[in-house]
Structure formats: structure tokens, C-alpha cells
Design a protein around this ligand. Structure first.
Ligand SMILES: [Zn+2]
Length: 253
């Protein structure tokens, strides 16, 4: 019985490793897989040369999988011996020209966007390490954009780059904005200060504190929540309750 191949073309890892060894640090296309899972699995196996003996000894090669026109490409490079090879960044930030979305001329604008360092056509590395500024004159003003040459030979057009940037998910590491501290004389601020000084612990005490200071509406809101939670509400949770009510839903603008 013949098993279905997972690759578009019969992979020749011996040829890929030979080409990679010929120029240490240069990424070489090793294979194109039908499924991204197969390509990712191969990229995972290459560094340890697991189940892929062409990449022995372990640690001699790096690999990554990237989408390409025909599926998912496996790119490898030889990194053994000598100095460490600089890592390829995930994204590159570039300035591109945008002439407006509407029909007809609507002025020239420059957008700074972050895109993948992998070519969308073949998955190979873009010219991320040789980005150069290009100045141009338009309508009496000077603009600066970035230009780069991809080693694979595919050309990136600004419009395609802009739409790629729009689809690119935001970096996972973007820190969440810290909530603003409540004003000291606001109901939440009063409870927070009292809780920090250990004068109130339970939300019931917090509600009493607000009553004493004339914030009866907020005190009632806390009491209602205490009841809804069968008494399980701390003073600090009461602060959270008041603050969550003050802020608009999903406030990312
Ligand atoms: Zn390419």
C-alpha cells in the first residue's frame, strides 16, 4: 500500500542540507507541505535531527514553517560551528505609502506598519536586515518611506503590505493598560484608603463608610451586591464593583 505524501514535491533533504551548509546562516527552502501541521512538525524535528537524519548532528540546523502560495514551506539554515547566527525577528516595522482608500486621489499618507519577516509568497525571509529609507517629493512636500529587497526575489507592493498589516494579529505581549487609580475623595477611593489602612475588611463595613460620608447610592449598590453574593464580598471587591460600573464597556479607543 502506498502512503499519501505530505509534501508537494518529494522532499530532498540531502540537497537542502548541502545548500544550507554551503552558506552558513542563509535560509534554504527544504520542502513544501500540504498541511501546516506537517510543516510545523518537521520544523520542530529539524534542530534535534529527530526522525530527519539529513539534519544530523543535532544542533546543526534551525528551521521554521511559514505559509506560502502552495501550502506551508519548511525553511532551514545551517548554524553549526563558529559564532552564533543572529536570530530572525518575527516582525519588521516599515513606513509605506498609502494614497487613501476612497476612489480617486485623496492625498498621500505615510503609514508605519509591522509585517512578518517572511515573504507571503514563498515563506522565505524578507529583506528585513537591509531596510533603507527612500525620500520622494509629492505635491510640494517631501515624504520618506522604506524600501527593502527580498532575497527570494518576490516584490512586496505597498498596498499588499498595508492589507497584511491590517490582518496581522496584535502582538501577544502588548501590556494591558493599568486601570486608573480612583480619586481619593471618590467612593471607591475612600474604601480603598480605608482597606489599605485595615479600617475596613468586609464590604458591609465599606457600605457603612460610604453612608457616613454621604454616598448613599454607592452604599446601596454595595449592599445589593453583598446580598446577591450571599454575604461573600470583601471591601476591595466592593471597590472593583464601583470601578467596573464607572468605566465604559470594552473601552479600547
Ligand atoms: Zn518570496
Amino acid at each position: 500500500m502506498k502512503s499519501r505524501s505530505v509534501c508537494r514535491v518529494k522532499p530532498d533533504h540531502a540537497a537542502a542540507t548541502a545548500a544550507a551548509r554551503a552558506e552558513r546562516g542563509r535560509w534554504v527552502l527544504a520542502c513544501i507541505y500540504f498541511s501546516s501541521a506537517s510543516a510545523k512538525s518537521a520544523a520542530h524535528c529539524v534542530p534535534g535531527a529527530e526522525r530527519m537524519p539529513a539534519y544530523q548532528p543535532a544542533g546543526a540546523y534551525e528551521a521554521y514553517a511559514a505559509p506560502c502560495d502552495d501550502g506551508t514551506a519548511l525553511w532551514v539554515r545551517y548554524v553549526a560551528e563558529e559564532e552564533p547566527v543572529p536570530a530572525m525577528p518575527d516582525g519588521m516595522t516599515v513606513r509605506v505609502r498609502h494614497d487613501g482608500d476612497g476612489p480617486g486621489y485623496s492625498g498621500v499618507g505615510i503609514h508605519t506598519v509591522t509585517i512578518s519577516t517572511r515573504c507571503p509568497r514563498c515563506g522565505g525571509p524578507r529583506g528585513y536586515d537591509a531596510i533603507r529609507p527612500h525620500r520622494f517629493h509629492h505635491d510640494g512636500a517631501w515624504f520618506t518611506v522604506d524600501r527593502w529587497t527580498n532575497p527570494c526575489g518576490h516584490t512586496d507592493l505597498y498596498e499588499a503590505v498595508l492589507s497584511e498589516a491590517r490582518e496581522r494579529p496584535l502582538p501577544a505581549t502588548t501590556p494591558a493598560e493599568a486601570p486608573a487609580a480612583p480619586a481619593a475623595d471618590s467612593p471607591a477611593g475612600l474604601i480603598l484608603a480605608a482597606a489599605k489602612a485595615r479600617r475596613v475588611h468586609h464590604a458591609k463595613q465599606a457600605a457603612q463608610l460610604l453612608d457616613d460620608r454621604g454616598h448613599h447610592t454607592e452604599a446601596e449598590r454595595i449592599r445589593a451586591e453583598i446580598k446577591a453574593r450571599h454575604g461573600h464580598l470583601s471591601a476591595k471587591q466592593a471597590v472593583g464593583l464601583l470601578l467596573s460600573h464607572d468605566q465604559p464597556e470594552g473601552g479600547t479607543r
